[in-house]
Design a protein around this ligand. Sequence first.
Ligand SMILES: [Fe+2]
Length: 384
Amino acid sequence: MLSEGPVEAAPAIVPSEEGWTSPVQRAMLPDMPPTPDLPLVLRQLDAAAMRSRTLAATRAALFDAAFTLLGCHRAACMLAPVNSDGAWSMVIREHDGSTTERAEIPSPAMLFGRPGLASAPWTGEAWALGSIWPSRDADAAVAAWPIEVEEETLAVLVVQWPEGGTTTAERAADGRQLAEHAALPFGTVLRFEELEAVGTGAMRAVARMVDAVSPWTMGRSERVAAWAVELGRRLGLSRRDLRHLELGGLVHDIGKLGIPTAVLDKVGPLTTAERDLIRSHPDLGVQRLAAIPGFAPLLPMVRHHHELLDGSGYPLGLKDDEIPLLVRILTVADVFDAMRSDRAYRPGLDTDALIGVLRSGSGSRFDARVVEVLLALIEEGWEP
Ligand SMILES: [Fe+2]
């Protein structure tokens, strides 16, 4: 027979001066250390943000820090628009690791009912965040801190505690420190991405100028760059190498600027002088780019994108491993796009013929691993 003694009341989930340490809270958040160490968490945030300077990685590190330090079970990062006409966006992460992205959310300044966020943290209940917040746990405690650089709010960290929980002065202070600490990595990565976008935009403008020398090459450099990046991505290249591939793809034919269209698009056999002129475009490209700081990693792609593994390419007739991997990738992307495109002097090849050329050149003229990946991309119908 079962005992009918008094039922032991479940321990309350309440914050204490030491943090969230009740047995129930630990059971709900088994990964949370009983006494989070603020300096340690902030160091971990720094280290994670340094490892991968991307917005996604920095945001993920901020979420990790919020879960560890604040004991929340939901965290969100609202991100300010890049320009004044844009809308805020938000990524929400649940304690189980699942994430939700929301575009076009209202400005948090409006949500909080005041023009600025300078006096944050804002604390309240989840329902006050309205339709942008998941509707469950409407009574749960929520707090938000702005992530600010030079008096500009770049992002807002929002956290929600388990139902029945509330924030404490200690947690509010920890959240403020976390948001203040996140300002440096967020500011750095957002500025970096902004500069990268400006740089890519400028390179795309150059690519369009290069391709506009002939109606037959419109959009070509951007397509070659996109194919090269996808090949490199599937070959497992680093983010830095992929960036170089993208830029190298965009400017690889810059040496063609200045070569007469009548020669580039000539129908019929080229004279020796005309052939030499066309074959000078890699060196001309290097001459144009060599003086620009930061372009050094692109120069091998500009100079050698017509080299072939068997030594039959130009300008130097390099062979096999003398040709760097990024160049070998770009060469395959370049040849592939050229073969499938119509020209003044010949129509583009159909898919079967393209596959035949790639297979016959695999391992002899073209890098076999790169060709293998390209054939898989063709098979799945991938297009930029
Ligand atoms: Fe070229």
